[in-house]
Ligand binder design. Structure first.
Ligand SMILES: Cc1cc2nc3c(=O)[nH]c(=O)nc-3n(C[C@H](O)[C@H](O)[C@H](O)COP(=O)(O)O)c2cc1C
Length: 387
């Protein structure tokens, strides 16, 4: 039994620490914070954001992570494209590519994935996302209702699997129809990508139980997460399949707990008051069950960073520091490793970790925390990331 550990690639840019809002690394020009340097064309010193992302991927690879999640939101770069760039900069680093199935034709998706597998020696994985609805969904031009989007996701994965080994494969679904399709040799020989699957609604669990290798959740209070993992495992058992579980979690680890909380305190004091007001408000209109669960774990009133401590070493304000999910682990190296062990005990088989700035924190977490994670008590567990 191995525990797979991934890092995260900040394709939305990032500042040098939680304590600063700028400069943005890789595309910052001294004296001109807002200037965007061109990609491979190079800036004044030839260093660009893509070089910075490559440094992070290499740091994660060197310090023992198996690969990285390359997020996909309206404000990020495009993960398929970034993966292809980073593949040439790394040797074993695996690319977890989030995408909404509805935005791609499944036969095209199968072909581009197989090409990426062939070019990289099988280093691509999927993070299947189905979209939170609301304004963000319309931003992508998608008005399909929540549960229908999951039907579409299931059909999409039916087709990608169907054509993968070469077909001929025919399918008559509500969203997709194909006739005698199949990948050509040699693409048809490639490994099918492992599927991580995100979404907290019932519709998400139904789709995940059919197709996912790993059910992926943001960090939640431990009891809620244990319950969520058991539900998805039960649903998958009924189908005669097995599913593993994974947690995406932010980390602030320091030699002592005091130093870790000091980092959070300074980060919290640097938060824009408008962002704090938005965080305490209703949030963006969205149908996402997962996002609503995250909001429910926050206190009603926030006067200090301490109000956001929900359990030992758990802080629910990470969304304030850099957007996105809110729950993360804060503590000494030993404490962070213990909390990760607790998550293994409650059913996690894999982690996607992150810390700001992603470059230095990849080394720190990889070198200081991961070696302390014990995994399963049987002693048979090995971190695939650091093996
Ligand atoms: C760990 C994790 C990572 C996610 N990453 C992305 C992402 O990169 N882009 C995105 O649009 N949605 C992302 N999501 C959102 C979900 O995939 C899903 O679309 C959303 O939670 C709505 O589904 P639900 O109502 O079933 O929760 C992520 C969710 C989780 C749990």
């Amino acid at each position: 039994m191995t525990i797979d550990v991934f890092w995260r690639i900040p394709t939305h840019g990032e500042p040098s620490s939680h304590r600063s809002r700028k400069p943005w690394r890789g595309d910052w020009s001294p004296g001109n914070d807002s200037a965007r340097k061109p990609g491979l064309g190079g800036g004044e010193d030839g260093t660009t954001y893509i070089d910075y992302l490559a440094e992070i991927a290499r740091a994660a690879e060197i310090s023992g992570f198996q690969g990285g999640l390359i997020p996909s939101f309206p404000m990020t770069d495009e993960p398929w494209v970034i993966s292809a760039f980073l593949a040439r900069e790394t040797k074993t680093f695996r690319f977890m590519i989030p995408f909404q199935p509805g935005f791609l034709n499944p036969v095209v998706a199968a072909r581009k994935t197989a090409s990426l597998q062939r070019a990289t020696g099988g280093r691509a994985l999927y993070n299947i996302i189905t979209g939170g609805g609301g304004p963000q969904q319309l931003w992508w031009g998608d008005s399909v209702p929540h549960d229908d989007r999951y039907t579409r996701t299931t059909e999409f994965l039916d087709v990608v699997r169907g054509v993968w080994k070469g077909g001929p494969f025919s399918y008559q679904g509500k969203f997709y129809q194909v006739e005698e399709a199949g990948l050509p040799y040699p693409l048809s020989e490639e490994e099918f990508p492992e599927i991580y699957f995100s979404g907290s609604s019932d519709a998400a669990l139904a789709s995940a139980s059919k197709h996912a290798d790993y059910y992926l959740s943001w960090l939640e209070p431990f009891a809620a997460l244990r319950d969520k993992f058991s539900r998805v495992k039960e649903r998958t058992d009924v189908l005669g399949r097995k599913i593993k579980c994974a947690v995406r979690v932010d980390i602030v680890a320091r030699p002592t707990e005091e130093e870790a909380w000091e980092e959070i305190r300074r980060g919290f004091e640097n938060v824009d008051p408008d962002a704090l007001a938005r965080f305490q408000g209703a949030g963006e209109r969205s149908e996402s069950v997962g996002a609503a669960r995250q909001r429910d774990f926050r206190p009603a009133t926030i006067n200090s960073y301490k109000d956001l401590i929900t359990e030992s070493n758990i802080w629910s304000g990470f969304g304030l520091l850099r957007g996105g999910q809110t729950q993360g682990i804060v503590g000494s190296y030993e404490q962070v490793a213990e909390r990760l062990d607790d998550l293994v005990q409650l059913g996690a088989d894999a982690f996607i970790l992150a810390g700001t700035p992603h470059l230095e924190e990849a080394y720190r977490v990889g070198e200081e925390v991961l070696p302390l994670v014990r995994g399963r008590p049987s002693g048979s567990a090995a971190l695939r990331a650091v093996g």
